[in-house]
Design a protein around this ligand. Structure first.
Ligand code: NAG
Ligand code: NAG
Ligand code: NAG
Length: 411
């Protein structure tokens, strides 16, 4: 693996410049990139003249984005220059927060000079921002809805805190995240079908609205952060299938994840923060089911986080000019759950295991008190059976900012 890396780096550099010069990154090519492993085998046997595709011949799913156009399929095959992601062979990265061991590339201007952030994720990250509504601006850095938006934290979430509290510059943040999101709804179904997966956030929300660097978001490769925080629902909706099944599933999910980052790269993204999955096996949703369930979900989370660390490494090998910030959300949550006083922000937590029904759907104020709950809402770690209250989100944002301040940590 290590010995092979310079070879792959050379290929990737050579191919990526060809791709940028000649290829139209339309939905067809993007679908091919997302499914690059399957698409490579398809392309190896595809000859435009002899097997003109029709909708009825059971072509792979990614081909449907090409509207049965042989020209577009041929072009996508010609442009499919992304090396097939190598499987993660690196050992699991355990603690990576706020350790900078890598030289930043020319695209990282320092956290204090980042101007724009695009965030993809689930309910831990969503503010219910609408891409067609009021856009972020200096006096309103998260745009719509009114700060802090509709979060799952009974107060600001980490995206809010990162933008307005742990920021080191005026940061305009476009929060594309959707509650309930999984990486790809076709691989792990979200709780309702209308949820935009990470794939849909990237392809249907980010690309049409922001890839062109519009006046509402005049970002550049060297002043913008792309953050992805996903996995809680992928794991949450699938761990009960058992480890053999989730091991296979996770590998499929990470093929999509890698492909989506590739798409962002080809659109100019260079600075990436990846947040791993926190110990949601300790959330009431699973702890109420008992220790066996917790152990099973924990194993799935570990597999996810190992694959994420491997993907981050693989991306950096493939695209040496990127900066990768691996944020250990798992560690940040574990530290607070084990000892809330380990961080002054969460020192007020008195209950880290349960939640109170009277608070579960949100409360009129952030420190609301209902006598049936014993203590105010913000002294509970868990607002409901899956979501932490805002102090934990504040600590998460602090951890993200600390890593961004320290520099990239995947070399
Ligand atoms: C975003 O706003 C537009 C225009 O008001 C609306 O049509 C659309 O449904 C909104 N999107 C969501 C997800 O609410
Ligand atoms: C952080 O963001 C807030 C809200 O946009 C802004 O008022 C503040 O000046 C920013 N902090 C720095 C250090 O630029
Ligand atoms: C945490 O809160 C729940 C819900 O109010 C309660 O049942 C449980 O006993 C509390 N746990 C502790 C350790 O106080």
């Amino acid at each position: 693996m290590l010995l092979n890396r310079p070879f792959w780096v050379a290929i990737a550099l050579c191919l990526s410049s060809n791709v940028e010069a000649a290829c139209n990154h339309d939905n067809c090519l993007r679908a091919f990139i997302r499914s690059s492993a399957a698409a490579s085998s398809f392309c190896a046997t595809y000859t435009p003249g002899s097997s003109t595709p029709t909708r009825t011949t059971g072509l792979p799913r990614f081909v449907s984005a090409c509207q049965d156009s042989p020209a577009r399929i041929s072009s996508a095959c010609a442009c499919l220059a992304t090396p097939t992601p190598t499987t993660a062979t690196s050992s699991p990265t355990t603690s990576v927060t706020a350790k900078a061991t890598c030289a930043a590339t020319q695209y990282w201007p320092g956290w204090e000079n980042i101007k724009y952030a695009f965030v993809f994720g689930d309910s831990y990250s969503s503010t219910e921002f609408n891409e067609t509504g009021v856009q972020p601006s200096p006096t309103n850095p998260l745009g719509n809805p009114t700060y802090p938006g509709f979060t799952s934290a009974n107060g600001p979430n980490w995206v809010d805190f990162l933008t307005t509290k742990h920021n080191a510059s005026l940061l305009l943040t476009y929060d594309i995240a959707w509650s309930g999101a999984t990486m790809d709804s076709a691989l792990v179904a979200p709780y309702i079908p209308t949820v935009s997966s990470i794939a849909e956030q990237v392809e249907n929300l980010w690309f049409p609205n922001y890839a062109s660097k519009p006046a509402s978001a005049p970002w550049s490769s060297d002043d913008t952060l792309f953050a992805v925080f996903d996995g809680i629902n992928d794991v949450g909706n699938s761990w009960a299938q058992g480890v053999p099944a989730t091991t296979t599933l996770n590998a499929e999910i990470f093929n999509v994840y890698h492909g989506l980052v590739d798409e962002l790269y080809y659109a100019g993204a260079r600075n990436f923060a990846f947040l791993n999955v926190p110990p949601v096996d300790r959330a009431p949703l699973t702890s109420e089911k008992g220790p066996e369930s917790q152990a099973e979900e924990k194993a799935d989370i570990l597999d996810w986080n190992t694959l994420l660390a491997g993907m981050a490494q693989d991306l950096k090998s493939m695209f040496p000019d990127i900066n990768v910030f691996a944020v250990d959300a798992s560690l940040l949550f574990t530290q607070v759950l084990d000892n809330p006083a380990s961080n002054p922000i969460t020192a007020g937590y008195l209950n880290t295991t349960g939640y109170c029904d009277a608070y579960a759907n949100g409360t009129p104020t952030e420190d609301y008190f209902d006598p049936t709950c014993g203590i105010p809402v913000n002294q509970y770690f868990w607002l409901n059976n899956l979501h932490p209250t805002y102090p934990m989100q504040d600590v998460l944002a602090q951890g993200v900012a600390a890593q961004l301040e320290a520099g990239p940590n995947v070399c």
